[in-house]
Design a protein around this ligand. Structure first.
Ligand code: ADP
Ligand code: ADP
Length: 232
């Protein structure tokens, strides 16, 4: 579904060049949960941002459903991007909008008809368990609830893939577990493929099928979680 082929990314700044990714290849298969784990600075954010070309590779190719994103026209790239939802450590909700509006406004901007917007907002708020919070503002929600809104907002675009950028890093252990259970349910019941980055081993062990371990811009190990990190 998402394939990275020999990706290298060099950031040029005034003082130095940084090789954030060094010949990285991986294949996120349809229907799986793929985790990329590594310490801060390993290159994880750069990698996940490359899945939808928020970051462009210096060398190498990114394929989505077999098509090379790096060679697409702007129009086709936008269509492909709509099939990839994204959630973040900091939730990125609009403070001035209600939960309902946070999900509805982006749908409106992509031209979804009004009646369908209402249906989708309600459907996905129900899936994340927050239907009763539709009229609340983000400031009235806990961290876990905010992340649920962000997940509903991403799902409302009916993506094929969910990209999760340290989605549980700002949450306490119990809330983390609940959000991981939700992501796992979304994968199983909605058939959405998930690519996540994390620095927490428990995230990989509890929900990922496959894992890549990154260090200094390189993948140092890659495989099935049950083969690499079977629990004692
Ligand atoms: P991680 O997500 O694993 O913490 P990052 O992908 O954020 O790692 O960063 C990998 C390396 O690339 C780091 O050395 C970081 O400082 C550098 N880097 C990331 N983004 C930029 C940028 N926009 N400009 C310069 N260097 C960057
Ligand atoms: P507009 O300003 O174009 O009318 P809105 O975003 O205000 O668009 O509302 C879009 C639709 O969603 C309206 O029909 C509105 O009644 C409905 N709506 C807004 N908030 C809620 C909510 N919390 N629960 C259910 N429906 C809502």
């Amino acid at each position: 579904m998402i394939e990275f082929k020999n990706i290298t990314k060099v950031f040029h700044t005034k003082s130095k060049d940084t090789k954030a990714l060094d010949d990285v290849s991986l294949h996120v298969k349809k229907g799986t949960i793929f985790g990329v784990i590594g310490y801060s600075g390993a290159g994880k954010s750069t990698l996940i941002r490359m899945a939808n070309l928020l970051e462009k590779p210096t060398k190498g190719q990114v394929l989505f459903n077999g098509n090379e994103l790096t060679k697409m026209s702007r129009g086709n790239l936008n269509i492909a991007r709509q099939k990839m939802g994204m959630i973040f450590q900091s939730f990125n909700l609009l403070k001035t909008g209600t939960v309902y509006e946070n999900i509805a406004i982006p749908l409106k901007l992509t031209g979804v008809p009004k009646k369908e917007i209402k249906e989708r907002v309600n459907k996905y708020l129900e899936i994340v368990g927050l239907l009763d919070k539709a009229n609340a503002y983000p400031a009235q929600l806990s961290g876990g609830q905010k992340q649920r809104v962000a997940i509903a907002r991403a799902l409302a675009h009916e993506p094929e893939v969910l990209l999760c950028d340290e989605a549980t890093s700002a949450l306490d252990p119990d809330t983390t577990e609940a959000i991981l259970a939700l992501l796992s349910k979304i994968n199983r019941e909605l058939g959405i493929t998930i690519l996540l980055i994390t620095h927490e081993m428990n995230v990989v062990q509890s929900i990922c099928d496959e894992v890549a371990v990154m260090e200094n811009g390189r993948i140092i190990e890659q495989g099935r979680v049950i083969d690499l990190f079977s629990q004692p």
